[in-house]
Structures are given as structure tokens and as C-alpha cells.
Design a protein. Structure first.
Length: 329
């Protein structure tokens, strides 16, 4: 069995090669299935947005003897019948209750009811209010941030690589990462909060970094392909992806390990909800970003370029030369 150094050297020289471009139809079908499946998840399990987006009232009961969530629900509904409530245990010691928007009088009554129900002093129950206008502003700013990020990404990549087709392939890869990550987030039942949005933008930046490194190698290989080159355009793209494969895997593993530690230890064990929001999106996004660069963005760029007249003519000459060589052999 070859060592990792030998394996990486074989990938770089082309002795060992994975068919990222040759089997792109299969990868595209898988990508479409994943994207469509992720887009359909909210129909089965609606995406939950945090109170920062929807607005409402929030109560925190500090140090209750019991953390029974049913107590909080009953206490809230004893004041406002039929009120929608969401109860979360924070750090295994506190109870956080989120409800629909309430008036100042209802807020005070609910706080008192929670204090009585959990047997704590009234000053152990804190309350806060987020209006719908503030939530709408957060949503609007998040969408604007995403749109500006994608627009600047397209423009900068087009200038750097001197072709809009690399930008288009990269943006499609980024959207693939975003949709799948949000789908996994909804499937897991986690709320989308401002921290999660920061995580989404972070993994888009990571995906962009990974894609740029691979595309830079693709540009290097394809720019070296002159008239005497023996490689098809798609083969040059595939070689570049294989040459950067080990780097992509190593980078993803190194990046995913600490984030995974934060997610599984900090979030699930210690109960830090904010860590859950941001670490889940980054952890899933890192894995999806690596897959998207290798199996979606790079093969898609090859597809975009192969029909250009100059590249199509050169590929035709290479195929013809190979056919003649096979006949003579």
C-alpha cells in the first residue's frame, strides 16, 4: 500500500487519477439530488428562525429547582391562553422561554407566573422584548450581506482569473454549499439565528478560498496547454483537481476538527446554544464546501469552456492524433 507521500506524488504526476471531470454527469446528478432534497426539507420540517428574526418576548429563569419544560409552557398559557412557546434549557441550569409578542402588562404577568411556577424570586426571571421591525431589519441586512458577498465574489474572481466562466462556476458551487448547509440545518431542527448567518457567510468564504486554490491550479495547467499539448482541456482540469486533492482534504480535516470539538463538546455537552448555532453551520459547510469544489465547481468550469471554438478544435486534433497512433500501433 503506497504511503501518503507516494499517493500525493502519484496524484500530482497523473499516475493516479480520480475522474472528477470524466464522470461529471454522475456528480452533477448527485449534486442536483442533494440540492433539490435540501430545498424540499423545509416543506417537511419548516425552517425555524430565532426570535431575532421573528420578534417576540423572551424570559430566562435563573437557577430553578426543576428544569421541566412543561412547567414553563403551563405558566405562560395560564396568562395568555394558547400562546406559542418555545422552551430551551440553557447550560443545564437555566430555563429560557420564548413566546409571541406580548404587551408590557402581559410580560410582567408571565414573568411573575414563571417565578411562582419554578419557585424562584421574581428578580431571578429576566425578560426582554424584540419588536417585529427589528427582526425585519436583521433579515433584510442578512440578505443584503449575502447578495453583496456573492456580487463581489463574482466580480473579483472574474478580474483575477480573467474569465467570467470561472466566476460563474464558483458562484454555482457557493450556492450549492449554501442550499445544502441550510437544508441540513433545517433537518437537524436548529434555529437560524444571527450567529448561524455569520456561520453561513464564514463557510462561503472558506468554500471560496478552497475553490480559488483549485481554480488557480486549473488556470496554471490550462495556460500551459499549447498546440503541442497531449492533454485534452478536460484532462488538464482533472489533473489540476487531482494535484490539489490532498491539500483540499488535509485543509478540510484540520479545519473541521476544532469546529467539531466546539459543536459536540461545547454545544451538546456544555449546552452553549450560541456555539451550536455557529459551529453546526461551519462544520457542515466545511465538508460540503470541499465536496462542492471537487465535484461541482471544477467539472462545471470544464463544461463551460470545452465548447469554445479554439478549445474544441484543439481537443479534436488531440483525439485525431490519438486515433492515428492507436491504428499505427
Amino acid at each position: 500500500m503506497p504511503s501518503m507521500n507516494e499517493f500525493g506524488n502519484n496524484l500530482y504526476t497523473g499516475k493516479t487519477s480520480f475522474p472528477f471531470v470524466a464522470k461529471r454527469r454522475l456528480w452533477f446528478i448527485i449534486a442536483i439530488v442533494l440540492v433539490v432534497g435540501s430545498a424540499l426539507v423545509p416543506l417537511i420540517r419548516p425552517i425555524q428562525f430565532s426570535i431575532e428574526f421573528t420578534g417576540g418576548s423572551q424570559f430566562t429563569v435563573q437557577g430553578p429547582d426543576s428544569t421541566d419544560q412543561a412547567i414553563a409552557t403551563d405558566a405562560v398559557q395560564s396568562v395568555v391562553a394558547g400562546a406559542a412557546t418555545k422552551v430551551v434549557i440553557v447550560s443545564d441550569t437555566d430555563v429560557r422561554v420564548q413566546t409571541d409578542q406580548m404587551s408590557a402588562d402581559e410580560t410582567q404577568q408571565v414573568a411573575n407566573a414563571l417565578a411562582d411556577a419554578y419557585g424562584v424570586e421574581p428578580d431571578s426571571v429576566t425578560s426582554s422584548f424584540i419588536g417585529p421591525a427589528w427582526g425585519e431589519n436583521v433579515t433584510r441586512q442578512s440578505l443584503w450581506g449575502l447578495a453583496i458577498f456573492l456580487a463581489l465574489t463574482f466580480l473579483i474572481l472574474a478580474i483575477y482569473f480573467r474569465t467570467w466562466k470561472m466566476s460563474a462556476a464558483a458562484i454555482i458551487g457557493l450556492l450549492d454549499v449554501l442550499v445544502i448547509t441550510v437544508g441540513v440545518y433545517a433537518l437537524a431542527g436548529f434555529e437560524i439565528s444571527p450567529a448561524a448567518v455569520i456561520g453561513f457567510l464564514t463557510i462561503l468564504a472558506y468554500s471560496l478560498y478552497d475553490t480559488t486554490v483549485v481554480f488557480d491550479k486549473i488556470r496554471e495547467n490550462t495556460s500551459e496547454d499549447g498546440e503541442k499539448s497531449a492533454r485534452l482541456f478536460g484532462e488538464s482540469v482533472n489533473l489540476a483537481v487531482n494535484q490539489t486533492l490532498v491539500r483540499s482534504i488535509n485543509t478540510s480535516v484540520v479545519a473541521a476538527l476544532p469546529v467539531g470539538a466546539i459543536l459536540f463538546i461545547g454545544s451538546f455537552w456544555l449546552g452553549a446554544e450560541t456555539l451550536t448555532d455557529i459551529s453546526l453551520s461551519i462544520f457542515v459547510g466545511i465538508l460540503v464546501a470541499t465536496y462542492s469544489t471537487l465535484f461541482v465547481a471544477a467539472p462545471l468550469y470544464s463544461l463551460f469552456r470545452e465548447n469554445e471554438p479554439q478549445i474544441r478544435e484543439r481537443d479534436a486534433r488531440i483525439r485525431e492524433a490519438r486515433s492515428r497512433a492507436a491504428v499505427e500501433a
